[in-house]
Design a protein around this ligand. Structure first.
Ligand SMILES: Cc1cc2nc3c(=O)[nH]c(=O)nc-3n(C[C@H](O)[C@H](O)[C@H](O)COP(=O)(O)O)c2cc1C
Length: 370
């Protein structure tokens, strides 16, 4: 595809959500765990600096890392949180800075389920189903009770209300990548036989209940979306494309203002139907007024435009937003190239990554040069 002239790129046109709120353009920073928050889940200066530099770089929407909605839902050290009023000032600081830069701020809300942190006196992680008798000591998973489930639904709602009270523009329920909400969706991980497992209706009940509870807890102006993994991946078995399409439709019935699908490699067609791209399938399945966002290995303007051609309304950039904080300005408006990894630690530091985040990026193969 030939590069469009800077001012006419469809990526730079405003994006309107179902609730009428508008983002300046169709280029998002994808949610990225950076491990740089304080131990109590409050925002650190490093995380603030990283996110606001991307807002200043022209991204229309900036998503935060996955942030836990209950204390026992934390999956990473140094993770942002939204379970207590203690966290509100940090969110308010972020929201005000994003408003100044003209970007919308969306907090990603999640619970780690079976992937929550262990040790240090923390309770045994819970999820849809317990670990088997063969679980190694220290790897046990407890089956969530009705009380656990009701508590987490209420916590998603309370977290979203807290974000709204801080002036954040919206929340994204993290229903992807094998955390609690997608654990319940999985036909392999979820072996329950009560109202929270079994049929698709029952496996989708948790994410639907969270969406409904969040919608009821905030005003119509607050943007609510959901991130879904359309199909199984190594850490997440039992996810069927057609079931995820149905869940996305239900999410819209339940009040979603946008649907975000995480593809890892957005160039690829679906596994279940190799002739078809997920963006086209989801776009055709959803009400027109609900924007569809795709993410996965998008580096160039051509990559992003290909997603719009497939049916996406906006794109979310992960690693390219790290390497090129002004991607919308540099790559789309000015026709420049994104910076590609490997990148030296000192250079990442100049791109507003703190030392903890740089160290974490060493785990992403080929990303950090030294
Ligand atoms: C450092 C890092 C942290 C991530 N953390 C999250 C996260 O907290 N929540 C989430 O939904 N996805 C997370 N992801 C996945 C990204 O949002 C994105 O979907 C993925 O990296 C593919 O996009 P990319 O190829 O543009 O990086 C993370 C990715 C990276 C690189």
């Amino acid at each position: 595809m030939t590069r469009t002239t800077s001012s006419t790129s469809p990526l730079l046109s405003p994006l309107t959500f179902r609730n009428g709120r508008t983002a300046a353009n169709r280029i998002w920073v994808a949610p990225m765990t950076n491990k740089a928050s304080h131990h109590d889940g409050t925002l650190s200066d490093d995380e603030f600096g990283f996110l606001v530099a991307r807002a200043a770089g022209g991204f229309g929407v900036v998503e935060t890392c996955a942030s836990h909605v209950t204390k026992d839902g934390q999956a990473w050290t140094g993770e942002l949180a939204m379970y207590d009023n203690l966290h509100v000032p940090g969110w308010r600081r972020l929201a005000e800075a994003h408003r100044t830069e003209g970007a919308l701020l969306i907090g990603q809300a999640f619970h780690g389920g079976m992937r929550t942190l262990r040790g240090d006196g923390r309770p045994t992680p819970w999820s849809c189903s317990p670990s088997g008798d063969d679980a190694p000591p220290g790897e046990e998973i407890r089956e969530g009770t009705q009380e656990d489930i009701e508590r987490v639904i209420a916590a998603f709602a309370a977290g979203a209300a807290r974000l709204e009270s801080a002036g954040v523009d919206g929340v994204e329920l993290h229903g992807a990548h094998g955390y609690l909400l997608s654990q319940f969706q999985s036909a392999v991980l979820n072996r329950r036989t009560d109202e929270w497992g079994g049929s698709l209706e029952c496996r989708a009940r948790l994410i639907r209940s969270c969406m409904q509870a969040v919608r009821a807890a905030v005003s119509d102006e607050f943007i609510i979306g959901v991130r879904l993994s359309p199909e199984s991946s190594p850490g997440l078995p039992g996810i069927d494309l057609d079931e995820t399409l149905q869940i996305a439709r239900w999410m819209c019935d339940d009040g979603a203002d946008f649907i975000h699908i995480s593809l890892w490699n957005a160039e690829k067609m679906t596994t279940k139907r190799p002739q078809e791209h997920a963006a086209r399938l989801f776009r055709d399945a959803l009400p027109r007024e609900v924007p569809l966002i795709t993410a996965g290995n998008i580096w160039t303007e051509e990559d992003a435009l290909a997603q719009l051609d497939h049916g996406a309304d906006a794109v979310a950039l992960g690693r390219a937003a790290i390497t090129t904080p002004d991607w919308p300005l540099r790559v789309v408006e000015q026709g420049g190239d994104p910076k590609r990894p490997p990148i030296k630690g000192a250079e990442l530091s100049a791109l507003a990554l703190g030392p903890v985040f740089i160290d974490y990026m060493r785990r992403w193969e080929g990303f950090v040069a030294d």
